[in-house]
Design a binder for this molecule. Structure first.
Ligand code: SF4
Ligand code: SF4
Length: 440
């Protein structure tokens, strides 16, 4: 790990990486399960309106739900088969969300996609293909990609950053995608540059992904695209390097003001895995109905990087990987810093499911939390310059509504403060509660 690589200036931590469990494992296609539960809410916004009826026959890639207005992205069937039911399935954040359960037809032929020449399409046509494919950001809350690529009129952009930091411990889905699909990612970047009318792209990757850095650098050097400049930027390994504001500061030196968004400083940030899906949507006209998911932790029999159909139940993945160990203590969807603990493996894979961690009792700290000892460590590591200790004290005193003075809305819930707290105080939960109360 090179210490000379750039990073953001304030705060940050170095949690145990635990990437070694899956970093050298090639992406493996999991056979499609017998049934999938396609959630109709897999994005930032409103649930989709369902387009199919019970007992309808659907084919792989068919649109089965659309959002009529506002924020949203359509959803597609990830298998060919018959609609078994329309009901609800577990959701990692909303507890439950409407869903369509499809029983796969084992005789159905797999779908074949033929590449097309994307250079002939106008920016509007490219955006339309992205919208039709139901793309959402694969690295975060699932903001619809066609909307993200449509900044307000008058916005002046000059740089695209592909977020390849993957700073969350355990996760390797972006890392493996970069190693195995470098040309698709670069094409995705060129499509984004064309839509935005800009020419400069930086791919920001943490230094612990040397193979990905090498593969992408070579692909970028071999690229003959005359219309753009794409560079690979190795970054220091420091959590939360993959947060948009920290990444922009590291690569461009620009600070995104609060309240504000990256485009206020001329930058668009897109997850590197999303760039690959942009390639698929435009060049192959392939909707987003499968994705790479890192399955890791020391309590799963066989950690893996899997290409999984959206809607596959976690229980089917566990069975495919040989089951869980006796010391399983917690299941987390996402990374250990920003992910969510879940109580059931009935949950289906969503477009935003980057990883599922099966953590053993020696990988988690389940001690109860104590009072704040005023050590100041949480303030030291907060890259936004906040005072999570004060927020916690106010929330415990029943004064959550008075926490706006501590900048709670600037907190992006990275979890660095809770990670370093020697009293194990649930500082992120305190902040979430403070935000909810302060909004009322
Ligand atoms: S969770 Fe919020 S308060 Fe805590 S370190 Fe991250 S940004 Fe700062
Ligand atoms: S790290 Fe924990 S104990 Fe230390 S000041 Fe922050 S909240 Fe208090």
């Amino acid at each position: 790990m090179s210490k000379s690589s750039p990073t953001f200036s304030k705060g940050g931590i170095h949690p145990r990486e635990s990437k070694e469990l899956t970093e050298h494992l090639p992406i493996e296609a999991m056979p499609p399960p017998e049934e999938v539960d396609i959630l109709l809410l897999q994005h930032f916004g409103s649930p989709c309106r369902v387009l199919v009826d019970k007992k309808a026959t659907v084919i792989e890639g068919e649109t089965i739900g659309v959002v009529d207005a506002g924020l949203g992205a359509s959803v597609h069937s990830s298998v060919s088969g018959t609609v078994k039911s329309i009901g609800a399935s577990p959701h990692p954040v909303r507890v439950e969300a409407p869903s369509v359960t499809i029983r796969r037809d084992p005789q159905a032929e797999p779908k074949v996609f033929t590449p097309s020449e994307w250079e002939h399409f106008s920016p509007e046509e490219l955006l339309e293909k992205i919208r039709n494919a139901g793309l959402v950001g694969l690295g975060g809350a699932g903001f619809p990609t066609h909307l993200k690529l449509s900044p307000p009129p008058g916005t002046r952009l000059d740089k695209l950053i592909l977020n390849a930091a993957e700073c969350e411990p355990y996760l390797n889905c972006d890392n493996r995608t970069m190693i195995e699909f470098p040309h698709e990612i670069l094409t995705g970047a060129r499509i984004i540059l064309r839509i935005l009318g800009i020419k400069e792209c930086h791919i920001g990757i943490e230094n612990n992904k040397q193979e990905a850095i090498w593969v992408l650098s070579r692909a970028a050097a071999e690229s003959t695209a005359p219309d753009c400049k794409i560079s690979v930027n190795p970054l220091m390994v420091k959590y939360p390097q993959g947060s948009e504001k920290q990444l922009i500061q590291t690569i461009t030196g620009r600070r995104v003001p609060y309240p504000g968004l990256p485009f206020d400083v001329g930058v668009m940030v897109i997850n590197v895995g999303t760039a690959k899906t942009i390639h698929d949507a435009v060049v192959l006209e392939k909707p987003l109905y499968e994705r790479v998911v890192t399955i890791s932790g020391r309590a799963i029999a066989r950690p893996a990087n899997l290409m999984v159909r959206i809607g596959t139940r976690l229980s089917d993945i566990v069975t495919f990987l040989g089951g869980t160990m006796d010391n399983l203590a917690r299941i987390v969807v996402g990374g250990p810093m920003m992910g969510f603990s879940i109580p059931t493996t009935d949950l289906p894979v969503m477009k935003t499911t980057s990883g599922v961690l099966f953590l053993s009792d020696d990988e988690i700290d389940s001690r109860p939390h104590g009072p704040c000892i005023r050590c100041g460590k949480c303030v030291e590591v907060c890259s936004m310059g906040l005072s999570p200790n004060e927020v916690g004290i106010y929330v415990e005193a029943g004064r959550a509504r008075d926490t706006a003075q501590f900048g709670v809305f600037e907190c992006f819930e990275c979890g660095a403060c809770a990670f370093v707290c020697p009293a194990k105080r649930p500082l992120v939960q305190f902040t979430r509660l403070a935000k909810a109360k302060a909004r009322k």
